[in-house]
Design a protein around this ligand. Sequence first.
Ligand code: ZN
Length: 324
Amino acid sequence: MTSPASGTDIASALPDYAPVPRSAVGPALNDQGYYVGRVERNLYWVTDGSYQSAFLTTKDGVVLFDAPPSIGGNIRRAVDEIASANGVSNKVTHLVYSHHHADHAGASSLFDKNVVRIGHEETRRLLLRDNDPARPAPEETFADRRTLKIGGERIELAWRGPNHSPDNIYIHFPDHDALMLIDIVNPGWAPISMCNLSEDIPGYVAAPAIALDYPWKHFIGGHVTRLGTRDDVTLHQQYMADIDASVRKALVSVDPTPFFQKYFDNPWAAVSALFEAWTDAGAAPVIEKYTGVLAAADVYTRSTVFWVMESIRLDLGFGSYVHP
Ligand SMILES: [Zn+2]
């Protein structure tokens, strides 16, 4: 058991970071720890300050988009609050999964088994594989595109290749001027660890341009405290482009020779030290440029730089050396 004194010691030893810019701060949470707001007309979003989900109230019931477990029971409370304020049904009839990850889908089982779950066919395959009772697999699936018409509302689902995960989809609300795309852009904030823990970095880097090809004004990114704008997505693109350019510069300017001289009998030590040096060189100018612009740029840029660097080396073959 941790005593309060040692807890204080741990806290006081933690590093300080740059203040969170005002532009990264969203609406305050209520006493129950959530905020629900209107995106446009009958499309709403819910946040706990870290995660986001969304729902449409229709004449036949409520369509829910993602069920993050951290919001959990507050999804139900948010739906009830809006439905009673507007005098519409609070019955959740459909749940659309953005992708299979537990942190966005793990409260799915709070909704009864009569809810129609919809997702990409790969989401179904992965959820059947993972066999988590909190996340029932979607029984309605699609491969590339699917238009949902539910209670007089139109929702366009599209899979445009792997990015953050193999199954992450674009959820477009053409009649609500909104796009939901999870775990790519965190409006106002740097991505967390390694490009928001993304699996396919060329796909992750390409996704914002695909998002901007859709017409929309409101962006639901799945994380942090507020909705996004087109400018947020453009700023994220610029951040990733700056990381790309900085990494390429670091890869050609840091000479590997001294690392292998020092650790001539331990190649993993040499590689580890070289990766650190490449990452430091790639991250420094980006951290300087984006501190105060994107919240937590000083916390997480280094991690994202490392992951982009490995993708530039391994996916794109940049700097690949063929022994003569
Ligand atoms: Zn995810």
